[in-house]
Every structure is written in structure tokens, then in C-alpha cells.
Design a protein around this ligand. Sequence first.
Ligand code: UDP
Length: 235
Amino acid sequence: MEKRDKIYEGKAKILYTTDNPDLLIQYFKDDATAGNGKKKGTIDEKGIMNNGITCKIFEYLGQNGIPTHLVKMLSEREMLIKKVEIVKIEVIIRNRAAGSLCRNYGVEEGKTLLCPILEFCYKEDKYNDPLMNAYHIKALGIATEQEIEKISAYTFKINELMQKFFAVLKIELIDFKLEFGRYKGEIILADEISPDTCRLWEVGTGVRLDKDRFRNDLGNIKEGYQEVLKRVTGK
Ligand code: UDP
């Protein structure tokens, strides 16, 4: 697969065109940001670890009935993907309180939630990714009612699948963020699933194995990602 032009560069990834107009290459960088770009840094080999983790999880979700943009892993840092039109919302599921839920609602970190919380945020950095509900999404023409229903149903299914997947690895899935896209008229899972986009706590010890190590200067940042990669890929 021939890599051609860079068409997009985000905070953690770059997208390149290929000789097939339906496919792109998603390249994972080592750059890390937090607080909507206020904190910047790099995590050595993060791109390699996040590509490995994302490919493995997307493969598992694909085998369990979730359509994804993954075609195949191409190299250490590159994933061949279907070219989608990204739906401009970030979809978050929370199983236990952390991050903005604690900041915004005064909930204690780690509190068990009585049921998972589904949240939508407008994917627009200049407005700080504000929380929105299904009415905002429909009224502003960001997605249709049918698309919102499909995205919600997939997200709850993905939550169940990922909770099972991580439980076996002695990791608790606290919360995570998903992005979806449109491909040939259908909604499919896009972007990545990695310690950049999930909160992952080791069962028993509560050790943070995710980007909170970077956000909160906890040290051993690379080691957290490495541990997740090791457990996810069995290597
Ligand atoms: N998240 C993400 N990208 C974002 C915002 C959040 O991947 O732009 C993930 C984050 O890693 C966490 C979950 O979504 O796993 C919930 O994040 P939260 O709203 O608590 O925000 P934060 O505390 O990261 O500001």
C-alpha cells in the first residue's frame, strides 16, 4: 500500500492518503497533550504502543460484531483504515467516577456509578469540547436521530465487550472515549482505543495505567502504556 500525501495532522496522529481512495494510513505519533493542548510533551514510543493496543482491540471488537475502520496493521506505527467522514462528537462512557465527572459534579474519584453514564461532547477544540445531548446533536445537524441511536447502541455494546476484555487482563475499565465515522452510508467505529483515550486501573492495586500518569505527573508514564500493551497483546 503506497503512502501518498499527508491530509490531516492532529495532536497524536497523522492521516495519509493511499493509492486506494477508500483507504487511509493512520500514523501514531509520540506527542501527548492534556487539558485541550495546554500541557504538551512526548512519551517515548507511545505511537508504537498505542498502534499495537488499538489494532488488537479493534480486531477483537470487529470479531464481536462491531464494524470498525481497521483494515489491518501495516507497521509498528501505522494502521491501514477505511476513510470515513468523522461524526463531530466524542462519545464517552463512564463506569466509575474520574476526571471531568469529578470536577464538574463534585463526585469523589473512584466512586462506583449505579449505571454506566453515556456522554456526548462536541468535537471542537476552539470551544473546549463542550458536553452536549442528543437534542443538540440533532438540532445542529451533527448527526441524525438514527445515527445517534446506532452510535449509542454500539457504545454500550463496546463497553460490555471491553470490560470483559480488560477484566481477564486484571485491568478495570474506568471510562473511555470513542469516535465514529460514516463509511458508505454506515456508522463505523473510528479513531483509536488506547491509554490516551481510556482510564485503566490495575485490579487490586488501583495503579493508573493510562494518560492520567502524564496529566497528573505521576511518573513512569511509558511503563503504564507498556504494561497495557504487554497484557493486551500477550507479549
Ligand atoms: N478523553 C479523550 N479525549 C478527550 C477527552 C476525554 O480521549 O478529548 C477520554 C479520557 O482519556 C477519559 C474519558 O475520555 O478516558 C473521560 O475524560 P474526562 O471527560 O474525564 O476528561 P479529562 O479528565 O480527561 O479532562
